[in-house]
Design a protein around this ligand. Structure first.
Ligand code: FAD
Ligand code: EPU
Length: 310
């Protein structure tokens, strides 16, 4: 949907007189907490045991309340980079949801976006607005908050490249906006990990809608041809070692199709580990260690895990 507003290269409108990071909804609802919530329902691998408590957080006030309660608190986005162990996790897992965290607002070439917004909705909305800079993220599942925490991306660009400010809440109770100069983004690594990201401001460029759409279509075509799309995975299991590809190394070690229990190395892309109906997280952990050992034995390269284990 095109915005009625003229494009401009600043985020001034968000900052002038706007002390709250995003939309504010005054009516406070009680926070929805479930006990022993299976995290297999909240991850793309569909594996793992329960969270002792699972909270659907709809406002900053609710998130602040959870933080003030103390105890172990984690945040989950789309669960697309996570392997949850079979015995699950202690403490509380929070998931942001609702209008206060799922929104996109435009001010010229700048977008303000809530952390629970699906990343692909952001990519497509920016494209429709004629804003360029997010095409490289086409096809990456999960939320904007998760992508900021992981600095998700491809060789065509990462989310951290376009973040100019982030609104966060800390376990210490501190909260506020962090400027780009105070953040660090590296390959699949971000200084935002460990904070609770609620909103982001992104600076994009102006482009032709047709060209942006064509670029996204080309990236999606390449992704569908080279990755096991629609299968249960958490994306690439390992980070690429400098100057090489973990997928190429696993493939060259002859491990495509290698299986342990209900999980196997994808025949399409060797750095994707696929779960099937009878899979357990313990199978995946064993597969990860076995592949790491075999690649190390063969090539002397110790692969570093990209997916996060809970
Ligand atoms: P989750 O998996 O839910 O969480 C990951 C981490 O982020 C956790 O530490 C969590 O605590 C933290 N987190 C989540 N939300 C927040 C928040 N609001 N504030 C602070 N921390 C938060 N990744 C790439 O980089 N490039 C790719 O090309 C790519 N392709 C993929 C393809 C497939 C098919 C799949 C399944 C995954 C792929 N991934 C890729 C991995 C994954 O999609 C990304 O890492 C994604 O950005 C994770 O977002 P999420 O919301 O699912 O995060
Ligand atoms: N290759 C093989 N066999 C395989 C897989 C790859 O020989 O089974 C070779 C390819 O032929 C190519 C090279 O390895 O020559 C690189 O492969 P590809 O282009 O598929 O890229 P990649 O390095 O394996 C990275 C990211 C992906 C991202 C793509 C596209 C990492 C760990 N992986 O994959 O990110 O989607 O580039 O840019 O950085 C993720 O992070 O979860 C992820 C999927």
């Amino acid at each position: 949907m095109m915005s009625e507003k003229p494009l401009q290269a600043s985020c001034a409108d968000f900052r002038d007189g706007a002390s709250a990071p995003g939309p504010v909804h005054s009516a406070q609802k009680d926070i929805a907490v479930t006990e022993n919530e299976p995290l297999s329902r909240h991850t793309t691998l569909k594996l793992g045991g329960p969270a002792a408590k699972f909270a659907l957080v709809e406002s900053r006030r609710q998130l602040d309340g959870l933080i003030q309660n103390g105890g172990q608190l984690r945040i989950i986005g789309g669960g697309s980079n996570l392997l949850v162990r079979d015995d699950g996790v202690q403490g509380t897992v929070a998931r942001l949801s609702g209008q206060e965290f799922n929104y996109i607002r435009q001010d010229g070439s700048c977008l303000k976006v809530g952390a629970a917004t699906p990343l692909q909705h952001l990519v497509n909305t920016a494209a429709e607005m004629g804003l360029t800079g997010l095409e490289g993220l086409a096809g990456i599942p999960g939320t904007v908050g998760g992508a900021a925490a992981c600095n998700a991306g491809t060789r065509d660009g990462a989310l951290g490249d376009v973040i100019i400010r982030a609104s966060v809440m800390e376990l210490t109770g501190a909260s506020g906006w962090i400027e780009a100069s105070e953040m660090k983004f590296e390959y699949r690594r971000s200084s935002l990990k460990g904070s609770f990201v609620t909103d982001l401001e992104l600076m994009l460029g102006r482009g032709r809608r047709e060209e942006i759409a064509e670029k996204i279509a080309a990236i999606m075509k390449q992704r569908r041809a080279s990755q096991p799309y629609g299968r249960r995975s958490a994306g690439c299991a390992f980070k690429n070692p400098p100057g090489d590809s973990a997928g190429r190394l696993i493939d060259a070690a002859g491990l495509k199709g290698f299986r342990i229990g209900g999980v196997s190395v994808s025949e399409v892309h060797a750095n994707f580990f696929i779960a099937e109906k009878n899979a357990k997280s313990s199978d995946m952990l064993e597969l990860i260690e076995t592949v790491r050992e075999r690649v190390n034995e063969r090539f002397g390269t110790l692969l570093e895990l990209e997916i996060e284990i809970w």
